[in-house]
Design a protein around this ligand. Structure first.
Ligand code: MG
Length: 395
């Protein structure tokens, strides 16, 4: 694994038109001497992808939805940018030579096979797609170790833990605390959550993010997924991973060591910081991003998450304990339930109810391979849709 310093690095950004992709390109725009763009990909946003391609002049672009292929080709006619289309092309560009870092900013299950392909090719992966590790963490970490690939987290909590662990012996870690803002429904009661609307759920107090992760924050499934992500990234048991609600979101996470000492990583809640760290590591690249002013945060507070109201938290721990394909089932059920909530086919509290039902009903596989994960995902998707349309869930 090459970690040369001072060299310009070429990036492949999967999902360049999403929230993380756009912020990553802002980082590239501000540091042209450090980063260049090799490949950009988008699912449907061909017009933004076109603008990005004209500005950053990558070697290639991929549009997942082939319906937009000809429009993209027309727009890039005068430029030396190759254009590909289709879901398969996204996985294929991942192991192209020329990219030093693959930033996986895809949302949900769609990111899993590209992560697997990238680590199989021994690439350095800046991972924003936490679902990759939730679905197939064991397989991806094994494959990464086998091929000398290096996964560096972009998720702010995991970036914080990674930063706290630099220079430390992993055996000296006693436990970690993943901080959670608590989302827009912190402190609410069951009656309030029963009638929670999409607008309420999308109104996150501290972070500006895409719709899927914002709903995941409101249900606290985001933190559940992050527990599973941390398990695989840092080799910790479920008992070593604790969630603490910290509404100000300036402590991004904490490591507690065997001598009783603790290290926390802090900063303003701005995703450009963990993106820049992941792309620049082992260097810290100077920026003018806002500095945290302690006087603006005279009070930092901490509380226990409400595990009875936010049932996704115990469900995520349960899936992690059961292991095998259980986290894959959890993730697939969550993706369908969140989509149904956004389409007004499922109430807010129906989300964990659908996930619980899927965990009960789907067959368990203790040692899944890649094909088993793909099958589990698709079968759970079908099952979750059936549970929602036939109203088989209850809370
Ligand atoms: Mg996070």
């Amino acid at each position: 694994m090459a970690l040369e310093t001072g060299l310009k690095k070429q990036l492949t950004i999967l999902g360049s038109t999403g929230s993380i992709g756009i912020q990553a390109l802002e980082v590239v725009r501000n540091h042209p001497e450090r980063f260049g763009v090799e490949v950009l990909t988008a699912q449907n946003s061909w017009d933004l992808l076109l603008k990005q391609a004209i500005e950053f002049q990558p070697n290639a672009v991929v549009i997942g939805n082939p319906d937009y292929y000809s429009r993209l080709c027309d727009g890039l006619e005068k430029y030396p940018v190759k254009v590909f289309a289709g879901e398969d092309a996204i996985s294929q560009v991942v192991d192209m030579e020329g990219a030093d870092i693959i930033l996986n900013a895809l949302v949900g299950y769609a990111g899993m096979i590209p992560t697997y392909t990238a680590v199989s090719a021994g690439k350095r992966v800046a991972l924003a797609n936490k679902e990759s590790l939730v679905i197939a963490g064991e397989l991806i970490m094994t494959e990464a170790a086998k091929n000398g690939a290096f996964i560096i987290p972009v998720d702010s909590e995991h970036s914080a833990i990674f930063q706290c662990l630099v220079g430390e012996d992993p055996r000296s870690v006693e436990k970690i605390y993943l901080t959670a803002s608590g989302g827009p429904f912190r402190g609410k009661n069951r009656n309030e959550l029963e009638i929670a609307t999409i607008d309420d759920a999308l109104n996150h107090p501290n972070w500006k993010m895409g719709d899927k992760i914002t709903i995941d924050s409101a249900t606290m499934m985001n933190k559940g997924l992050e527990v599973i992500e941390a398990h695989w990234l840092f080799g910790l048991t479920p008992e070593q991973i604790e969630i603490i609600v910290h509404p100000q979101s300036v402590i991004h996470s904490i490591v507690q060591f065997t001598d009783g000492s603790m290290k926390a990583q802090m900063g303003v809640p701005d995703m450009r910081l963990p993106i820049l760290f992941a792309l620049g590591f082992p260097e810290r690249i100077p920026t003018d991003i806002n500095r945290l002013s302690f006087l603006e945060y005279p009070l930092l507070t901490f509380e226990q998450p409400d595990r009875e109201l936010f049932r996704n938290l115990p469900l995520a721990y349960q899936a992690l304990e059961v292991g095998g394909n259980a986290p894959c089932i959890l993730n697939a059920a969550n993706e369908i339930a969140v989509q149904a909530f956004l389409e007004r086919r499922l109430p807010f509290l129906g989300i964990p109810a659908v996930i619980e039902k899927c965990l009960e009903m789907m067959p368990h596989i203790q040692k899944p391979g890649l094909e088993d994960y793909i099958t589990t995902h698709h079968q759970t998707t079908e099952k979750a849709n059936q549970i929602i349309s036939e109203q088989l869930w209850k809370y």
